[in-house]
Design a protein around this ligand. Structure first.
Ligand code: ADP
Ligand code: MG
Length: 239
């Protein structure tokens, strides 16, 4: 069995909205292992985004333990959590969160620079944009790109530094099937070539067909966890 990168144990997350408490996660357990290409599915409101935010150290659990790379996130200072995010995690937000005044290329380069990349960063940024067929759009700012193009830039930014773990919240939600497949193939190639691990939430059957494992949430808990043959997609297409 591969190394456990993420260990989520009996995790609860409550949100307080006025006098109302929303129990978004209700005793959730999940282990993510190195090399997983894991799809988290489940109806809207089942807790997918909340779970990704906790694993990505963007939010803290109300109860239970979230460990990433063997570190209990609740024991880390805000600064240490930021360091962990910067050095070892890539995060694709559902709302992209691109920097509006920077071009596509600069958005990717900027993160590489924060991570300490030297003069090779422009080339590295360009190469990942090319892989996502964004090379010709590298000089555009986010408001000059379609939603789907912005989404691909957000993915390029998250994977450019080859972090050990990439978390992506519905990364194909605004893509047509051709672009979605290109994205999935790129991500799976990274997993294979660079020992990276991917966890993404999705509603998309295409994404699920590429996953090596599908975890289904309902009402803030895991209701099924299915390991699949990671080559299932090629197999299906070949037939
Ligand atoms: P999903 O991503 O599966 O659609 P979410 O994790 O976004 O689900 O939401 C799980 C539940 O928590 C929902 O009931 C949602 O309304 C609630 N929720 C999520 N974030 C917040 C928040 N910041 N404040 C209040 N309620 C929230
Ligand atoms: Mg969501």
């Amino acid at each position: 069995m591969n190394e456990v990168l993420v260990d989520v144990r009996d995790v609860r997350k409550d949100f307080h909205v006025g006098k109302i408490t929303v129990n978004a996660l209700r005793g959730l357990d999940l282990e993510v292992r190195k090399g997983d290409f894991l799809a988290i599915v489940g109806p809207s409101g089942s807790g997918k985004t909340t779970l990704l935010n906790l694993i990505g150290a963007l939010d803290v659990a109300t109860g239970g333990v979230v460990s990433v790379f063997g570190q209990d996130l609740s024991t880390l200072s805000r600064r240490r959590r930021a360091h962990l995010r910067l050095t070892s995690l890539g995060f694709v937000f559902q709302a992209y969160n691109l920097v509006p005044v920077l071009t596509a290329l600069e958005n990717v380069e900027f993160v590489l620079e924060l991570q300490g990349a030297g003069s090779e960063r422009r080339e590295a940024a360009m190469s990942v944009l090319d892989e996502l067929s964004l090379g010709e759009l590298s000089g555009r700012r986010p408001n000059e790109l379609s939603g789907g193009q912005q989404q691909r830039v957000a993915v390029a930014r998250a994977v450019a530094a080859k972090p050990r773990l990439v978390l992506a919240d519905e990364p194909t939600a605004n893509l047509d099937s051709e672009n979605a497949e290109a994205l999935l193939r790129m991500m799976r190639g990274l997993r294979d070539e660079h020992d990276m691990t991917f966890v993404f939430s999705t509603h998309d059957p295409l994404v699920m067909s590429y996953a090596s494992r599908v975890v289904t949430l309902r009402d803030g808990r895991v209701i099924s966890d299915e390991q699949k043959n990671s080559d299932a997609h090629e197999h299906r297409r070949a037939n």
